[in-house]
Design a protein around this ligand. Structure first.
Ligand SMILES: NC(=O)c1ccc[n+]([C@@H]2O[C@H](COP(=O)([O-])OP(=O)(O)OC[C@H]3O[C@@H](n4cnc5c(N)ncnc54)[C@H](O)[C@@H]3O)[C@@H](O)[C@H]2O)c1
Length: 326
């Protein structure tokens, strides 16, 4: 088979990570890139050997697959355009910044010749693979859970502070945890959410409570201005005299029973692209284009995660309207 030609829309931070991973895959070549930032696009082209092209249509004419690595609000239209042009799409999270746009991407993926995959890399990080394995194998049956994912600031990159571009804070980093909530525990049957705008001119502090069909529940707290004080990402799962605790994507510890030793798996020595799940996510996207397996995070999955984001915002608005101070 000929080498697959990969294009990049956006040559910033995450584009660099994917390009480095793809450079080690003999099935693909990083072929072309577009980004209005001259310095970034030039550096990316020098590092990867990609050609800089002037427009999206030029890019789509030259590639088999497109990595969408632009700010959030620019994902959906480009994904639809690429899928309709017969080009496979790896879209960084989020799929879209509204439910209507997400549905339009889902529709485009269903009529497309190519494949669509969303960039929810945490599903493939060692700690979360191990956590999923422990839940699926029944080692721990979820009774309740505690999740947190803080962001230090909404200043770097600057567009993350503009909700018109990011879609709002939940569409930024916390969407990873909302995706993991669904992936690990299933679809919540009930969502309760309280949110406030404290430091930024948007909702930037959230407390959420999810209830699942089994009656089990999970709470999720996320703040947009916590500084980068460690730990900023953590999951604790409780079962019958059992618990699993993750610390960042570095370590997972699980109890083996009351008064038993606990076991810790430490991933800290893995390189970040492996530890954070990027290598597997990118490899499975290329596999799917080559007809080996399905995309690792399908358009239907990314759509369902967008629905959960919107349910949280809707629950926050409802709670706010019902509050005595409203
Ligand atoms: N999965 C993850 O772990 C992860 C991590 C970081 C970012 N992301 C996501 O990746 C995306 C990019 O984030 P980032 O941190 O790389 O941001 P960034 O600001 O570093 O890079 C974005 C790039 O897009 C370029 N750009 C803006 N408008 C463009 C346009 N119209 N056409 C082409 N390029 C354009 C910018 O010039 C910039 O170089 C975001 O959607 C973000 O949510 C995902």
């Amino acid at each position: 088979m000929d080498t697959l030609r990969i294009g990049f829309m956006g040559a910033g931070f995450i584009a660099g990570i994917h390009a480095e991973v793809l450079a080690r895959d003999p099935r693909v070549s990083v072929h072309a890139v577009i980004d209005p930032d001259l310095q970034r696009v030039t550096t990316f082209a020098l590092n990867t050997g990609a050609a800089v092209v002037p427009s999206l249509d030029d890019l789509l004419g030259e590639v088999d697959a497109l990595y969408i690595c632009t700010p959030n609000a620019l994902h959906a239209d480009v994904a639809i355009h690429a899928l309709d042009a017969g080009v496979s799409v790896f879209s960084e999270k989020p799929m879209a910044t509204s439910i209507d746009d997400a549905r339009a991407v889902l529709d485009a993926s269903q009529r497309a010749r190519g494949v669509y995959q969303a960039g929810f890399n945490r599903r493939f990080a060692g700690v979360y693979r191990e956590l999923k394995h422990r839940l699926v194998s029944g080692d721990v049956v979820l009774s309740s859970a505690l999740l947190k994912m803080n962001r230090g600031e909404l200043r770097r990159p600057a567009w993350t502070g503009d909700p018109l571009v990011s879609g709002g804070f939940l569409y930024e980093t916390p969407i990873h945890m909302l995706d993991l909530t669904r992936y690990l525990f299933g679809e919540p049957v009930e969502v309760v959410c309280r949110a406030r705008s404290t430091v930024y001119d948007q909702l930037d502090d959230f407390s959420m409570l999810f209830t699942f069909e089994s009656g089990a529940s999970a709470v999720f707290a996320t703040s947009a201005h916590a500084t980068w004080l460690f730990p900023f990402e953590r999951v604790e799962v409780y079962g019958e005299h059992a618990a699993i605790v993750t610390e960042e994507m570095e370590r997972i510890t699980f109890s083996t029973g009351d008064q038993q030793a606990a076991l810790t798996l430490d991933f800290a020595q893995q390189p970040r692209d492996e530890r954070w799940g990027y290598i597997e996510a990118d490899g499975r996207f290329v596999d799917a284009i080559c007809g080996v397996g399905e995309p690792a995070v399908s358009a239907a999955e990314a759509f369902a995660t967008t629905q959960l984001v919107e349910r949280c915002y809707a629950a926050a608005r409802e709670a706010d309207a019902a509050s005595p101070s409203a």
